[in-house]
Design a protein around this ligand. Sequence first.
Ligand code: 6PG
Length: 233
Amino acid sequence: MILKHAETPALVAEAIIRELLIPGARAGVFHLAVSGGSTPRLLFELMAQEPFVAEIEWGNLRLYWVDERCVPPTDADSNYGMTKRALLDKVWLSDKQIMRIRGEAEPEAEASRYTTLVCDTLPRTDSGLPIFDLILLGMGDDGHTSSIFPHQMHLLETLTPYVVATHPAGQKRIALTGPTILVAKQLAFHAVGVAKGHILREICAGVVEAKAYPSTYLLEHRADIAFYTDQRV
Ligand code: 6PG
């Protein structure tokens, strides 16, 4: 893990933009997968503001989601809906640049459709896994990431890139699985706040409870994952 500390959530988001997003989009077509939840909202809002909005090569961006709740895009729970309000309504991207996961669709069919879309669009490994340029991951208070929760650890080794997962409360999700996450060119966690700091310190200390966290699995399987946070370890 490469810890990237900044003093506030805004400075954390700015570091991600300056260090990952601006250089990534400058280098050419940039296949970026973003997470949902609440943490990325500030990142998306800052991307749409000066000075960053003028520095990001928007024409090179190809936007995907790490996961999506199986709800319509207008639902308050929709990760796409959050991204639309925070970013997509403020910058111009063509429809061809935005690969929305259709949360309103039948879950198994959508997981299959999105897997095919990603596999047909991205470069792939010798074993056929699609390679994102950058995947931005969140981390839940239970150590989950993507929509891979502690009760579904098998998704960390499922080869199909996108599958149907289930939130512990029962909500179906379309989720990116472990093997495809681990072959991304760049991988970064974005997690701020005291609750995430507690999880991060458990992971860094190697406490036995942390073994149950999907985030731990990814951090143990790839040494160059950047972890952007306002928390101290
Ligand atoms: C989701 C996210 C999920 C998120 C974590 C952290 O659909 O909920 O993709 O993996 O990154 O749950 O969420 P917060 O940023 O809201 O803490």
